[in-house]
Design a protein around this ligand. Structure first.
Ligand SMILES: *[C@@H]1O[C@H](CO)[C@@H](O)[C@H](O)[C@H]1NC(C)=O
Ligand SMILES: *[C@@H]1O[C@H](CO)[C@@H](O)[C@H](O)[C@H]1NC(C)=O
Ligand SMILES: *[C@@H]1O[C@H](CO)[C@@H](O)[C@H](O)[C@H]1NC(C)=O
Ligand SMILES: *[C@@H]1O[C@H](CO)[C@@H](O)[C@H](O)[C@H]1NC(C)=O
Ligand SMILES: *[C@@H]1O[C@H](CO)[C@@H](O)[C@H](O)[C@H]1NC(C)=O
Ligand SMILES: *[C@@H]1O[C@H](CO)[C@@H](O)[C@H](O)[C@H]1NC(C)=O
Ligand SMILES: *[C@@H]1O[C@H](CO)[C@@H](O)[C@H](O)[C@H]1NC(C)=O
Length: 593
């Protein structure tokens, strides 16, 4: 409680005694961090210059990010000599006085500046020794022609250097710097990399190929968003490499032998990999990102079992049996299937015939064909089996593996025997010629009843006959109907007035209306349509087939449908009697409604 009180009051005290001239007090505030460090922070987009300090004051950090400050003069930091960190990121500086840091050399530890891409000298960094400078971040400078080795040679404490968007075409050799960030520069083509950095970020450049030669201290290398088609590394001289980001490149292969054992993180996402062939694998790798490539499938490898993070999203994975192992990893991989087959393969789903033997035998005084087969049907897709012998067809359950056919088999003949496997995906037919010369005498075999066929295969002929009969019957009926229609038409031609409307109750027995006239209208009413105000439909029907089709639509199994066939003439031309009947029917309709 006391602590909080002290903390709050000191914060209030500080903010009230912000050492700024009045005009800046409303836009800036001074504060203190929990670790006791004090800072001055100004609102974004509120400043055009460095605020004026009333008096010297020991602040640790000056934060003026994302403002419109253009000039840094020799006196800009005059009253904050002891400042440790200055952050001016997001200001497009166009001028920096060479004497800017004249008083700051003994304290300044971190400096972050962004230019307007025009500043092409770093003289302000070398004028006076910066004994404490540890972190320097510059972006949007034009450093293409600056000799960077010279600039940093006397900054013995400098560890972290960011030179982002600085139009650099080469990687500088800067001793004692550990972290070098060269994102978004103009590095291009092929490079042979030999450095002393521990972390190197070359993301967002235009490199097309890289060979890591001798980088004994390199732990992390970021090559994301380049145009790399090749990546090589000599494992012996890059022993410490542990984090490698190759995302957003044009890689389609990688030599896994060139990835050393200490690699823990490998990002290959957004590349052009169509396949991955691991010939040697980093024993420490735990994080592998292969997302957004063009992988259709992937072979299992012990490597994948050791990963704690494994991303295969956004590939073209065909999730068939070859990827079954993916579902079986101890730590689940991230993946999406672009075509899903339930991790099954068609070829594995289809039953296979291993053996199909036919022997002509005599057994227990019966002579016939013993047909045996062996099937592999691991996924039980087989529905049943059929055997055809010439015209005979025998249907058998899926689990049966032999049958003895003694009926209708004569000796000294050729038979054409087929085994047809009817399964979920299609039917496969295997056929054989058999000759019945000398029956083989065999002792009694142990047969189930269903394994012996001796009553007729003729019944199957019957089935065929029945089928043909039905078809023929149908055809005949159709022809008859046509003839009838034709006749009706002829009669109608001469005796139109004799044609009476007929009412038919549609029922199971009479699914179709009876057509008395060749050309007629059907009016029917369905209670299923009772929601609409007028539920009567009138259609001109031209042919019975069309009617039948119609019938089919409004299933008339319910006896609720009423059909009427009337003459095609206008109602007005109906004679008195007919008109009366029509009225009557109309009323009955209304009544029904
Ligand atoms: C580095 O320091 C040495 C000696 O202190 C001095 O002679 C040299 O000019 C300095 N170099 C740069 C680039 O500041
Ligand atoms: C590599 O750099 C890119 C671009 O700045 C960044 O998004 C990514 O996180 C970096 N990768 C690693 C492993 O730090
Ligand atoms: C890298 O692995 C080697 C063994 O291959 C080992 O001797 C070395 O200590 C490891 N380096 C680091 C930084 O882990
Ligand atoms: C790999 O890189 C991509 C693109 O930079 C990034 O989105 C993803 O998070 C990275 N993966 C991991 C595991 O860091
Ligand atoms: C799944 O894992 C079990 C035990 O770890 C193993 O026996 C089995 O073969 C694996 N299945 C596949 C498809 O890899
Ligand atoms: C089928 O014939 C092959 C040789 O043609 C034989 O090896 C096999 O044992 C026979 N199988 C059966 C079930 O009779
Ligand atoms: C085949 O399956 C049926 C039940 O579906 C069973 O009654 C019969 O014994 C089985 N036959 C064989 C030869 O396994």
């Amino acid at each position: 409680m006391l602590f909080i009180f002290i903390f709050l009051s000191s914060w209030l005290l500080l903010s009230h005694s912000c050492p700024l001239t009045d005009e800046y007090l409303s836009r800036c505030h001074c504060g203190i961090l929990t670790n006791g460090e004090s800072y001055i922070k100004c609102e974004e987009n509120s400043l055009n210059e460095i605020p004026k300090f009333k008096r010297s004051f020991p602040y640790d950090e000056l934060i003026l990010t994302n403002n419109n400050i253009k000039f840094l003069t020799a006196s800009s930091f005059n009253n904050i000599k002891t400042i440790k960190r200055i952050n001016l990121v997001g200001n497009a500086l166009s001028y920096i006085d060479e004497d800017l840091l004249r008083l700051l050399g003994n304290y300044l530890e971190e400096l972050t500046l962004s230019g307007d891409t025009e500043i092409d000298t770093l003289e302000f960094l070398t004028r006076y020794p910066l004994k404490k400078l540890r972190v320097l971040k510059l972006n949007d400078f034009n450093l293409n022609h600056v000799n960077l080795q010279n600039i940093f040679i006397n900054m013995t404490k400098l560890e972290v250097l960011f030179l982002q968007s600085c139009q650099l075409k080469q990687i500088p050799q800067l001793n004692h710097i550990q972290v070098l960030n060269l994102e978004n520069n103009l590095l291009s083509k092929s490079i042979f990399l030999s450095t002393t950095y521990a972390q190197l970020n070359l993301a967002n450049n235009q490199l097309s190929s890289i060979i890591l030669q001798n980088n004994p201290d390199l732990i992390s290398l970021n090559l994301s968003r380049n145009f790399l088609q090749e990546f090589y590394s000599l494992t012996i001289s890059n022993k410490k490499l542990s984090v490698l980001d190759l995302s957003f490149n044009h890689l389609s292969t990688i030599d896994w032998t060139s990835l050393n054992e200490n690699l823990t993180y490998l990002n290959l996402s957004h590349n052009h990999f169509q396949q991955i062939q691991i010939n040697s694998h980093p024993k420490s790798l735990t994080s592998l990102d292969l997302s957004s490539n063009q992988l259709k499938t992937l072979e299992n490898h012990p490597l994948y079992e050791q990963l704690t993070y494994f991303n295969l999203n956004h590939n073209l994975l065909d999730c068939n049996c070859h990827l079954k192992w993916l579902t079986n990893l101890t730590r689940q991989a991230l993946f999406t299937c672009s075509s899903s087959n339930d991790f099954q393969c068609q070829s594995m789903l289809i039953p296979r015939l291993l053996n199909f033997n036919i022997t002509y035998i005599t057994m227990a005084s019966k002579t016939g064909l013993l047909i045996e087969w062996i099937l592999i049907d691991n996924h039980q897709t087989l529905s049943f089996v059929e055997i055809t012998i010439d015209q005979m067809l025998i249907k058998l359950p899926a689990n049966q593996t032999r049958v003895f056919i003694s009926n209708d088999i004569q000796s000294n003949k050729y038979y054409y025997v087929c085994l047809i496997l009817i399964h979920k995906y299609s039917r496969d037919k295997y056929c054989r010629d058999v000759q019945t010369w000398e029956p083989l005498i065999v002792s009694q075999l142990d047969f189930d009843n269903n394994e012996i066929v001796q009553s007729d295969g003729k019944s199957d002929h019957h089935v065929y006959l029945l089928l043909i009969g039905t078809c023929a019957g149908g055809l005949l009926t159709f022809i008859l109907l046509l003839t009838c229609c034709y006749l009706c038409y002829q009669i109608h031609k001469y005796k139109t007035s004799n044609c009476q409307p007929v009412y038919e109750q549609c029922s199971q027995q009479y699914p179709y209306p009876v057509y008395h006239c060749p050309h007629h209208q059907i009016i029917y009413n369905s209670e299923n349509l009772s929601n609409s105000t007028d539920s009567s439909h009138i259609e001109t029907s031209l042919s019975p087939t069309q009617n039948r089709h119609h019938q089919h639509h409004h299933s008339c199994n319910h006896s609720k449908h009423i059909y009427q066939t009337i003459d095609s003439q206008d109602f007005s031309t109906l004679n008195g009697q007919n008109y009366q009947i029509f009225e009557l029917w109309n009323q009955s309709l209304k009544h029904k409604r």
